[in-house]
Design a protein around this ligand. Structure first.
Ligand code: ADP
Length: 433
């Protein structure tokens, strides 16, 4: 330990059932003043968390069989407790993505039992994104969950907005409601209502706005376990910062802390990303497109892209994209097969990341696309991310760490639809263009 300083252990842990959900709650905790490390899978025993207050473990358990989700979540809990975490949230999507088999019910039940908690409070609401819960019913904007489009979800169609019924179908025990009327009477009344909740093992909590979430944060700030969306993260983190009595931690600006230039790698073909690429081009940015058909035919090589990028990055940012219009994507998929076309682009972009990241002029990397981010993270052997300040809502700068907690490189992982139109221009430091 440097200079014999006693480092505080992280006390709050989150087990998230998917990667973007993990980044989302990580950014929300940072917004409330916590220092947060996100680990990809459970952390290893000797991982150096530095001065982190909270650890978010990103799992991929949302749509796997319930028994497997339970086992993986319990392993994550064990790892979190070993690093000193004493309070835990199970984080799931604010649209309650699950089926009658699980996994929200079985996973939250198992984690609660392990934490010695006989009552699980669920706060799914995320009012900032229009997800509210009233009288136990989940709304997305003005629509009930089952009329919001979520009823057509390919993996977990949500055909009932009544969360007591949804959760009840996944559990043996009873589910009760703490409704909005009780919330308006304040935290003490909510605590009393919880204490008298008649032997139920799970409670759904209404919350329609930030004021409701603040009441829940008062109620749950010392709870050893609860479950829900990312809505409570910021108010809970604020209470944590207040209890430490100091000034809340300012999120680190990992993105701009170093000199050098930004490498942008994009595999996302979403409308938002295509617009961001166009804006970068219009602003005079250096761009190359990778055509998967040409790569597969050996007409161009990843090494040639790496050579151009390495030279160009000595004085400006570079964007390399597989991202293409729907017509071009269809052409590649028809020629190569859907899976292979994707693999070629993910393979090329992640190889570029590995070749260019060690070069001295590459100060930071931005990756666009969820799957593409996954490919880059695994190729660079990133084990964890220290969450920094947000570039745009939901897209923080992070510092990538290896399996021992040693910094690798600042990186921002943007899922397809996120970010304003000038995202790449702003994030790659406008003035260096
Ligand atoms: P998003 O977050 O926008 O969904 P993803 O990275 O998750 O982005 O998914 C985009 C997929 O499209 C990736 O598998 C990527 O490899 C693939 N892809 C990118 N460019 C092309 C292309 N030109 N032709 C075919 N597939 C492509």
């Amino acid at each position: 330990m440097p200079g014999g300083v006693i480092m505080a252990e992280p006390t709050f842990g989150v087990i998230a059932d998917d990667f973007t959900g993990a980044t989302d709650i990580g950014a929300m905790l940072v917004r409330g003043g916590m220092k947060v490390v996100l680990t990809i899978g459970p952390p290893v025993a000797d991982f150096d968390f530095g001065d982190a207050d909270a650890v978010v473990v990103a799992l991929k358990t949302r749509s796997i069989p319930a028994p497997l989700a339970v086992t993986q979540s319990l392993s994550a809990l064990k790892a979190l407790r070993q690093v000193g975490v004493s309070r835990v949230q199970f984080k799931y999507c604010s649209t309650f993505d699950s089926t009658p088999d699980g996994n929200i019910g079985p996973v939250s039940d198992a984690l609660a039992t392990e934490m010695g908690s006989d009552l699980v409070v669920h706060i799914p609401a995320l009012p900032i994104n229009g997800r509210t819960v009233f009288k136990g019913h989940l709304f997305v904007g003005n629509a009930l969950l089952n009329e919001s489009g979520m009823e057509n979800h390919p993996l977990n169609p949500m055909t009932d907005a009544n969360l007591l019924r949804c959760l009840g179908a996944q559990l043996k025990g009873d589910v009760t409601l703490i409704d909005h009327v009780t919330l308006t009477t304040g935290a003490d009344h909510v605590r009393a209502a919880l204490a008298g909740s008649g032997g139920a093992s799970h409670v759904i909590g209404d919350a329609i706005d930030e004021a409701d979430l603040r009441v829940w944060a008062d109620v749950l700030q010392d709870a050893v376990f609860f479950a829900g969306g990312a809505g409570l993260a910021t108010p809970l983190a604020q209470r944590h910062s207040d209890s430490k009595g100091g000034v809340p931690a300012q999120p680190s600006d990992f993105g701009t802390a170093l000199g050098g230039n930004t490498l942008i790698l994009s595999g996302s073909c979403s409308k938002a990303t295509l617009g961001q690429i166009e804006a970068f081009r219009k602003a005079g940015g250096a761009i190359r497109q990778i055509d998967p058909i040409a790569i597969e035919a050996g007409e161009v090589t990843v090494e040639a892209f790496a050579k151009w990028a390495g030279e160009t990055l000595t004085d400006k940012p570079v964007l390399i994209h597989g991202s293409a219009s729907p017509a071009d994507v269809l052409r590649a998929q028809t020629e190569l097969g859907e899976a292979r076309a994707g693999e070629v682009i993910e393979g090329a972009l992640s190889k570029l990341a590995a070749m260019l990241a060690p070069q001295p002029h590459v100060a930071r990397i931005i990756v666009a696309g969820g799957e593409t981010s996954g490919a880059v993270v695994s190729r660079l052997q990133i084990a964890a991310l220290r969450i920094g300040s947000e570039i745009d809502p939901g897209v923080p700068w992070t510092l990538a760490l290896d399996a021992t907690g040693t910094p690798l490189i600042p990186i921002a992982l943007k899922s397809g639809n996120f970010g304003g139109e000038d995202f790449f221009v702003r994030a790659s430091l406008e003035d260096s263009l």
